[in-house]
Write a protein that binds this ligand. Structure first.
Ligand code: ATP
Length: 144
């Protein structure tokens, strides 16, 4: 794969979370391989990312064809379809990428991803809630 080198990042699922993550990485010059099952979503990112692919990421064969095994960083950003997210995580773990980040939408989802061996589980709403609390505390200290 022409783009598959150490600096590339694969983002699987280009919803609000995966899409903004992929766009931000690309804006910093990172080679992003964007993967989504939805053709319209893929079309939306075709001129923003280094490479896009309309792929069902639960299919290990197709994941390998896209060159996922040569990418050392993979983000799994599938939330609503918890089953798909867990399946994709197990396939990516099997392929053996070194660093995997995965988004979870519930504690159960996060627990399962952790049990599978995903080290970096992201809970966007929970994480952002904590961060916003810090922002508000900073705002309060400006006036105290
Ligand atoms: P966000 O909140 O970030 O928008 P979401 O949880 O509302 O995400 P999801 O249902 O998690 O949305 O889907 C995120 C993206 O993942 C969608 O664009 C969807 O098409 C894609 N997706 C879902 N299943 C698969 C799959 N099996 N393979 C590849 N992409 C998938």
């Amino acid at each position: 794969h022409p783009l598959a080198r150490d600096g590339a990042v694969a983002v699987i699922g280009l919803g609000r979370f995966g899409g903004s993550l992929a766009t931000e990485l690309a804006a910093y010059g990172v080679d992003v391989i964007g993967i989504d099952i939805d053709e319209a979503v893929v079309a939306q990112y075709s001129d923003k990312l280094a490479f896009v692919s309309r792929t069902d990421a639960t299919d290990e064969t197709v994941l390998r064809q896209v060159g996922i095994e040569e990418v050392s960083r993979v983000v799994i950003a599938i939330g609503n379809d918890v089953e798909a997210g867990i399946l994709v995580a197990s396939k990516v773990l099997k392929i053996g990428n070194q660093h995997i980040w995965a988004k979870a939408v519930s504690q159960t989802h996060a627990d399962i991803l952790g049990q599978l061996g995903i080290d970096n589980v992201i809970r966007p709403e929970n994480d952002m809630g904590r961060r916003t609390a810090h922002l508000i505390r900073g705002h309060m200290s400006d006036f105290m």
